[in-house]
Design a protein around this ligand. Structure first.
Ligand code: SF4
Length: 186
């Protein structure tokens, strides 16, 4: 019997100690309180994020106060602002470089839907290229809305196992690849 098996049955006695949680839930709990963000800021929502990261809002309560500017040391990417078609491949590449398991938060109307910029040069929502986990409404979103998104993501991390996470990402990427297939006119 390995350590994983031994620690997978809450309620059992281990000598004179009672096991109150299984290993996976403890790991997920720890992970949910150390979600380091990669702020991908392209417009004014980036300034809103800076306000959110200021001391008034105490984002450290959620263990998300440490922005990483290397995707290799980040757990979630916050997309903050308008995304042009020119920048879309850059965002996708940064996403690919994040370490697994990785999460995507779409912050504000522009990132989520193109916002007011319904033009030929602006991507109408980052979910056309990335598997988004949480959408934050608003233009600009208030700091409370960004903190609420982090809390929603924490709930997801605490309850979703690695395998179901992998399946969700694969399904979303398959869907968006399907949607992005070029239209062939015959
Ligand atoms: S949603 Fe509003 S505040 Fe955010 S980048 Fe777009 S225009 Fe700026």
């Amino acid at each position: 019997m390995g350590l994983r098996d031994l620690l997978s049955k809450p309620g059992q006695m281990l000598g004179d100690m009672a096991q109150v949680a299984n290993l996976e839930s403890v790991v997920q709990w720890g992970q949910s309180y150390s979600l380091w963000p990669y702020p991908f800021a392209t417009a004014c929502c980036g300034i809103e994020y800076m306000g959110t990261a200021c001391s008034d809002n105490d984002i450290a309560r959620f263990g998300a106060e440490r922005p990483s500017f290397s995707p290799r040391q980040a757990d979630m990417i916050l997309v903050l602002g308008t995304l042009t078609y020119k920048m879309a491949p850059v965002l996708r590449e940064v996403y690919e470089q994040l370490s697994e398991p990785k999460y995507v938060v779409s912050v504000g109307a522009c990132a989520s839907s193109g916002g007011m910029f319904d033009t030929y040069g602006v991507l109408q929502g980052i979910d056309r290229i990335l598997p988004v986990d949480v959408y934050v409404p608003g233009c600009p979103p208030r700091p409370e809305a960004i903190l609420d998104a982090i809390m929603k993501l924490q709930e997801k991390v605490k309850t979703q196992g690695l395998e179901s996470r992998r399946q969700e990402v694969m399904r979303k990427i398959q869907e968006l690849n399907e949607r992005n297939k070029p239209l062939v006119v015959q």
